[in-house]
Design a protein around this ligand. Structure first.
Ligand SMILES: [Ca+2]
Ligand SMILES: [Ca+2]
Length: 391
């Protein structure tokens, strides 16, 4: 072997070693993988951050936590595939993006209190009462009217305080109006719910309030709901005793009467400027008659009234439906859906402001008359009060 040959062999030998080292360095080249979660703690990526040899096949799998679900990969990759296959040949940042799953089980899109999964009428308008299926409740006599407020009295004991106010402060110098003989109380014996009915009970008993003594007690209720235009239906059985004066009626919420529900917030005018609608009244001596009446101030502020009397049979033994329909054109008073009096609603009458419902039994006075010596107690039973409006 010549010296040159030996040189060449050495060269080749060192070149081989160099190449081997070079290639093996190439093989062992590693890259950094960094993983991120958005939003924080919303999920995890099963592949760990760290160093990986070039060409390593990685499977990125994103798993949402709680009610978060995977949306997409971002950073150095852009994909919605999950899992996602990836070969690493450079330092790589990957981001798994998650979003909150809408909890459909408790979603109530139309806000009527019935969750979407149970709501058979998914787009009911706000302001209307719905049934268990999330659907409007349509008036049984007129399908243009939908329930907006009411009480079915499907509970026992005290009246629903969210719906009813007891008017108990005598507003007229320690007495009530019209020479009536009772005080109104919030005592449960004068008003309570049982057997699916509201009972308003007038009782012969001595009762003193504000140093003013009366020989009878009863209840006078105000709805805590005011409404302008609509239809009211009240199904009721009336007292039969001589001297009882039951009433189902409305007043403008703007009446400034002391002790009523709306007086403090809305009271701005006196009676009769507030307007009164007597849907049902009965005098104390003829229980076969009903009064439907309007009391109001005319455009000059002078008292005026309009009304009618109709016959009714068995008003204490049988339920009847006492109704009022009120629009910006006319107010009609009905019994068992038969109109017996109406009033044109125009600029001469003050019936374009909200009213509330009143329920009471007065004793004696102008329309109660003489009270029987044998009177102990009597009641008005109310199956429901319903207020409807058009859409
Ligand atoms: Ca709903
Ligand atoms: Ca609904």
């Amino acid at each position: 072997m010549t010296a040159n040959q030996i040189k060449s062999y050495y060269s080749l030998f060192f070149f081989s070693i160099f190449m081997t080292i070079f290639l093996s360095c190439q093989d062992q080249k590693t890259f950094k993988l960094r993983t991120y979660i958005i939003p924080e703690n919303s999920g995890e990526i099963l592949t760990e951050s760290g160093l990986y040899s070039a060409g390593t096949n990685l499977i990125f799998e994103a798993i949402g936590k709680g009610n978060f679900t995977f949306v997409r990969w971002s950073g150095d990759i852009d994909s919605r595939s999950n899992p996602f296959n990836f070969e690493i040949y450079s330092d790589t940042d990957i981001v798994a993006e998650f979003t909150k799953i809408k909890d459909m089980s408790s979603e109530d899109s139309d806000g009527d209190g019935v969750i979407d999964s149970n709501d058979k009428c998914p787009n009911t308008e706000l302001g209307f009462v719905v049934d268990d299926d999330g659907c409007n409740i349509i008036n049984e006599f007129d399908n243009n009217y939908f329930l907006v407020w009411g009480d079915e009295f499907e509970y026992d004991g005290e009246l629903d305080k969210n719906k009813w106010h007891h008017q108990i402060i005598p507003p007229n110098n320690g007495s009530w109006w019209n020479n009536e003989l009772q005080h109104y109380t919030n005592n449960i014996k004068n008003s309570f719910v049982s057997d699916g009915k509201l009972k308003i009970v007038a009782i012969k008993e001595n009762y003193t309030v504000d140093n003013s003594s009366k020989n009878y007690t009863s209840a006078r209720l105000n709805s805590k709901y005011g409404f302008k235009y609509g239809r009211v239906d009240v199904k009721a059985k009336l007292p039969s005793s001589e001297g009882t004066w039951p009433a189902i009626w409305t007043l403008g919420t703007n009446i400034n009467e002391v002790g009523n529900y709306f007086g403090d917030s809305d009271g701005s005018v006196g009676w009769p400027r507030c307007g009164e609608i007597d849907i049902m009244e009965q005098n104390g001596w003829n229980k076969n008659e009903l009064y439907g009446y309007f009391h109001f101030a005319d455009s000059k502020g002078e008292y005026d009234s309009h009304g009618s009397v109709t016959n009714i049979s068995n008003s204490s033994g049988q339920y009847h439906i006492y109704s009022m329909e009120w629009t910006d054109k006319i107010i009609r008073i009905l019994v068992d859906n038969k109109e017996f009096v109406s009033l044109i609603n125009n600029g001469n009458v003050p019936y374009d402001n909200p009213h509330y419902v009143l329920l009471n039994i007065a004793i004696g006075g102008n329309l109660g008359g003489e009270v029987s010596q044998s009177f102990i107690q009597d009641k008005m039973e109310i199956d429901y009060v319903r207020v409807f409006q058009k859409k």
